[in-house]
Design a protein around this ligand. Structure first.
Ligand code: AMP
Length: 228
């Protein structure tokens, strides 16, 4: 099954797409993660994309499309995959349409005030990329109850999965978050309409804890999926 996760930065695309990929036993493909890996390696390519990533700006389409196509061409992606953070522009979506048929697009929805708070409190493992969040959110906004417990590691600052160090992504600082949100509205929101016109979009409201949101998502995916 080929699934795209859409939604603004901070809506939980990384968290939910990773967990759903594990449940469905398909690779989780994140262009942001591919870029961060390249940046860590300090290659020419890494340095080139770092100019964009550290400022919260989109990496140009030609570079991003090649990176993504190369990844989904690998053998583990042939039976399906979950895309997280791609596409972010209409040309990226069109390039994807040329090579695969997407089954469903999950559109994560969350209030902007909540997502700014969540993003500023996000921590990721510098080794394996596992995501944590250090604030509890419990409030009502525009008639929607938000009840989102923190996702603390067992030992503060240390990843439960691999023992790596938890860090704040440079682009999760408030001033960079604003740029990322502006870009999302300008360039990525039209994607929801692009996929809506193909009848592929399922909206998922993210206002509860992880387990309840995961079961919401799984209900949307049935009966199209088989859990391995
Ligand atoms: P993410 O981990 O998805 O939030 O991505 C982190 C950063 O990587 C973004 O702020 C962009 O600079 C870059 N990036 C990731 N995916 C894309 C994409 N599909 N198109 C352009 N830039 C991207």
């Amino acid at each position: 099954m080929k699934i795209i996760f859409l939604g603004s930065p901070g809506a939980g695309k990384g968290t939910y797409s990773t967990r759903i990929a594990r449940l469905l036993d398909v690779p989780h493909v994140s262009t942001g993660e591919l870029f961060r890996e390249a940046i860590k390696k300090d290659s020419d390519f890494g340095n080139q994309v770092n100019e964009y990533v550290r400022k919260g700006r989109l990496v140009p389409d030609d570079i991003t499309i090649i990176t993504l196509k190369k990844r989904i061409d690998e053998p583990d992606c042939q039976n399906g995959f979950i895309l997280d953070g791609y596409p972010r522009t209409i040309p990226q979506a069109q390039a994807l349409d040329e090579v695969v048929k997407i089954d469903v697009v999950l559109n994560l929805k969350i209030h902007e005030i909540i997502l700014i708070r969540k993003l500023s409190a996000r921590r990721i493992c510098d080794k394996c990329g596992e995501i944590y969040n250090i604030i509890d959110i419990e409030e009502t906004l525009d008639g929607m109850d938000y009840n989102m417990p923190a996702m603390h590691p067992k030992t503060p600052g240390i990843c439960d999965k691999c023992g790596g160090t938890l860090i704040q992504r440079k682009d999760d600082r408030v001033e960079v978050i604003e740029t990322r949100l502006k870009q999302y509205h300008q360039q990525s929101e039209p994607l929801v309409r692009y996929y809506q016109s193909r009848g592929l979009v399922e909206d998922v409201y993210v206002n509860l804890g992880i387990d309840r949101t995961i079961s919401r998502i799984m209900k949307k995916l049935k009966p199209q999926t088989v859990i391995k």
